[in-house]
Every structure is written in structure tokens, then in C-alpha cells.
Ligand binder design. Structure first.
Ligand code: SF4
Length: 202
């Protein structure tokens, strides 16, 4: 599908892109580069459990970023802080309050970095996945931007104009690792539960 060139708010050319993983990020990065934007990738995802999974997702993204030759910022793995923040919320459903906290933590860190480094616009790949509530992600982006006067959260629906199909296509072309759960310990536990066989009928 023909895609229109992207334009940033206020005619900016430079954007900080918070990325969660390579399959979600690659098509967005490609569209930004095709539109002539100056994109820097910001990786901050202390929600991802266990550490080996975190490193795996990060290394897949680094592989792509190196291929397309754009800057990559590797932020901290504050997993203890993330676990402390979500203590007692293990039973929250996905898209619930635990996810609000998770989005806020990640996007506020990205917003703080953007403000410090002189970016006027930032956004995230989180909303491209059909498993996420795009509105919930957008609200978190707005909250994060409000903390830093002059910073704009770029609200864009990456699934439109064939975005979802392009995401799938590039993930295949690049042979990316595809995770089976959102990221945290609780979503991993849920995915394991779902994969278990049901009890036989009495
Ligand atoms: S399900 Fe995903 S978005 Fe929600 S808390 Fe876990 S890692 Fe974060």
C-alpha cells in the first residue's frame, strides 16, 4: 500500500523514538527514514523479564539499528524499580492499571531524555501492536510530555496505511526473534498458563 510521507508536529525533523522490540520498531523506523526524518532510538524497557529475554530483544533491535545506521541510546535496566512499582498488581489484567504504570515509567524516562538532549518531539512504538490499547499508550505519552514544557508527544496510529502488514513483512525479511508475551513476569506467567492443556472433563 502507498504510504504518505510522515511529517512531525511543528515541522520538526528530529525525533526520539522509544522502542520496545525489533519487530514493532523496524517498520516505524523505515517509514521515518523514508520520510527524511532524523530518528534516534531509545531503548528503556525494565519491564522485560527475565534478563536473558531483555538482552535478546535488545540485541535484535541493535542489529537492525546498526544496519540502518541510526543512533541508539541504551538506557538502564531498572528491573528492581519496575517490580517495586508494580508490587501487588500481578493479577491486574493486561491493559489495566499495571500497564498504565509500566507505560508511564518507560515514556517518562524517554521524555526526560528527549528534553535533556534538546528533542522537541518524541514518540513510541508501543501502540503498533494489536495486543495493546492504542488510546492507553497515547494517554501515557501525553502525561509524559506534560512533565517537560515545550516537549510534544507525537500521536500517530502506526497500524494505519498498511503499517501492520509492513511490520509483519519486515519481521519476516529480517528474521527477527518474535516473543510470545508482552514482556513482564506477569504476562509471561499468563502466556504459560494459556499454553497449558486444559483439565480433562470430569
Ligand atoms: S503486560 Fe506489558 S504493558 Fe502491561 S505491565 Fe506487563 S509488560 Fe507492561
Amino acid at each position: 500500500m502507498e504510504q504518505n510521507p510522515l511529517t512531525l508536529p511543528s515541522g520538526e525533523k528530529r525525533v526520539l523514538l522509544h522502542c520496545c522490540c525489533a519487530p514493532c520498531a523496524a517498520s516505524i523506523i523505515r517509514r521515518m527514514l523514508d520520510s527524511g526524518l532524523d530518528v534516534t532510538v531509545f531503548f528503556y524497557n525494565p519491564n522485560i523479564y527475565p534478563r536473558s529475554e531483555y538482552e535478546h530483544r535488545k540485541s535484535e533491535l541493535v542489529r537492525y539499528v546498526q544496519k540502518v545506521r541510526i543512533p541508539f541510546v541504551d538506557a538502564d535496566y531498572d528491573d528492581q524499580q519496575w517490580l517495586e512499582m508494580t508490587r501487588g498488581r500481578g493479577e491486574d489484567p493486561e491493559r489495566g492499571e499495571r500497564c498504565n504504570l509500566c507505560f508511564d515509567m518507560r515514556l517518562q524516562k524517554a521524555a526526560a531524555y528527549a528534553a535533556k538532549e534538546g528533542f522537541k518531539v518524541f514518540t513510541t512504538t508501543l501502540g503498533i501492536s494489536r495486543w495493546k490499547d492504542l488510546e492507553q499508550v497515547t494517554r501515557a505519552g501525553r502525561r509524559a510530555a506534560k512533565l517537560f514544557p515545550g516537549l510534544v508527544y507525537w500521536e500517530h496510529n502506526w497500524r494505519l496505511q498498511g503499517g501492520t502488514d509492513q511490520m509483519e513483512q519486515i519481521a519476516k525479511e529480517e528474521n527477527f526473534y518474535r516473543q510470545r508475551y508482552c514482556g513482564c513476569l506477569y504476562s509471561l506467567r499468563e502466556s504459560i498458563k494459556r499454553s497449558l492443556p486444559k483439565d480433562p472433563a470430569p
